[in-house]
Design a protein around this ligand. Structure first.
Ligand code: FAD
Ligand code: PYC
Length: 424
């Protein structure tokens, strides 16, 4: 059969790729502006991570509120959004969480189109690995609960897992013999920077001011209401303020005069040198504390548990690295000769029940989006959607009603300790 001639469109895009590669980005339009802050805004969002940017975007898109600023102390996505291992999934145990995370996954499924920005969603499937009969019993219950909640899930035998991840050691003499697992095939990864940049560009297009290198230092209140923020770029007035500052929620809450039930701990991750494709699913082993995937560049992306002490140091301890590598090699002895290339950490805010907090606070017109712990990347679209709803309407979106601060008083906790993943 004769080879088909490349279409005009594909020839044009190859030429444009070459032209842009050689132009050193000369003449490229900025993806978002760098405005000077106005004196005041209808809404200020503190935190230019995924949650802050998505909230700003949905304030404009869903509620028509565009007199909004996002204040970021560093650079966009420089917090946990740019430090995470990009797992997206909706396989949470309780109906309240399942509903919320399923909306998030569905929004991810349409996000590249919605933002006109490729977030490189790759739904390659995620397998939770089980290492005892008891863990398999839990997985059976978990998987059934998912199906009852309308979320895809299938139990797998060790042999089925071996087919999907051929290098895994499933021999009975392995240090932790594999009993089986379950898979969510619609789970996967998305490009973290692209999620932040896509939301930022789309929010900017609505006229929202995204202001980087602008740290909030104090919260100004008048008779119990927020009226503005003291920042490194001066005082900025605000009718409403929403904070989405991940590992620093307690710091902002203290500025506003209240406390939140959150522990701040480092969570780290690392990547190996790039190798040929060996793994095209995500694996999570909660019992032995390791999870991994292979990036498009060929690096293995590896993580484990959080550091076991509170800290604001974005480093992470050597003992956690050692423990994680030990767990990795117990599952994949063949990786023992791989070199690790980079390691980093982010500070995560962990709530007592491992579920998030999206709510009003004791300060009027001051709202909080927090407590994502080690799992809030997957929650960015739904977190932004529901936080924008709360700020715009002063009422919680039905999906986040169960995730209010009051649950720590009433005891109506949503304990997602297991589903929150390896990292807790
Ligand atoms: P961030 O992206 O941290 O944004 C908050 C922003 O607030 C920061 O940019 C910060 O600079 C800014 N800020 C703080 N204080 C101030 C101030 N005073 N003034 C102005 N700005 C301020 N989740 C998953 O779903 N899947 C994963 O695979 C996953 N892996 C992870 C791996 C690691 C190593 C880490 C650390 C986290 C991981 N997470 C994962 C969790 C996820 O990254 C976070 O829950 C999520 O990114 C939180 O987004 P955010 O927008 O709330 O926070
Ligand atoms: O929430 O899926 C997750 C996750 C994976 C690694 C860290 N968090």
């Amino acid at each position: 059969m004769a080879a088909r001639k490349p279409s005009f469109r594909s020839r044009y895009s190859v030429l444009s790729l070459i032209r842009n590669a050689l132009s050193y980005h000369d003449g490229w339009a900025q993806a978002w502006r760098s405005p000077t802050p106005k004196e005041a805004y209808d809404v200020i969002i503190v935190g230019g991570g995924g949650h802050g940017l998505a909230s700003a975007y949905y304030l404009a898109k869903n509620h028509g509120i565009t007199n909004v600023a996002v204040l970021e102390k560093g650079w966009l996505g420089g917090g946990n959004t740019g430090r995470n291992t990009t797992v997206v999934r909706s396989n949470y145990l309780y109906p309240e969480s399942a509903r919320f995370y399923e909306l998030s996954l569905q929004l991810y499924e349409g996000l590249s189109r919605d933002l006109n920005y490729n977030v490189m969603l790759s739904q390659r499937g995620l397998i939770n690995l089980g290492f005892s009969r008891h863990e398999m019993d839990l997985f059976g219950r978990w998987s059934n609960a998912l199906q009852l909640n309308g979320i895809d899930s299938e139990m797998l035998t060790p042999a089925e897992i071996k087919k999907l991840a051929p290098l895994i050691d499933i021999s009975p003499s392995a240090r932790f013999p594999l009993h089986g697992g379950f898979i969510q095939r619609r789970a996967g990864i998305a490009r973290h920077d692209a999620v932040a940049w896509g939301y930022a560009r789309a929010a900017d297009a609505y006229g929202i001011d995204i202001i980087q290198e602008c740290e909030v230092k104090a919260v100004r209140r008048d008779r119990g209401r927020v009226v503005g923020l003291e920042t490194t770029k001066g005082y900025i007035g605000a009718k409403k303020v929403g904070i989405a500052v991940a590992g620093h929620t307690s710091v902002l809450a203290e500025m506003a005069g209240f406390r939140v039930p959150l522990d701040s701990c480092a969570l780290q991750a690392f990547v190996s040198e790039p190798i040929k494709p060996v793994l095209d699913v995500l694996l999570m082993a909660g019992l032995v504390h390791v999870y991994l995937s292979q990036s498009d560049k060929g690096e293995l992306v590896i993580g484990g548990g959080s550091d076991a002490y509170n800290s604001y140091a974005q480093r992470g301890s050597f003992s956690t690295i050692e423990h994680t590598v030990e767990a990795l090699l117990s599952l994949f002895p063949a990786f023992s000769r791989l070199r690790l290339m980079r390691q980093w950490a982010g500070i995560t805010d962990i709530s007592p029940d491992r579920s998030p907090i999206i709510d009003k606070t004791p300060v009027e017109n001051f709202f909080v989006n927090a407590g994502w712990g080690t799992g809030g990347f997957k929650a960015i679209p739904a977190g932004g959607w529901t936080f924008a709803h709360l700020i715009a309407t002063d009422r919680p979106h039905p999906l986040i009603e169960p995730f209010g601060l009051d649950r720590f008083r009433t005891g109506a906790l949503i304990d997602e300790g297991a589903a929150a993943g390896v990292a807790h």
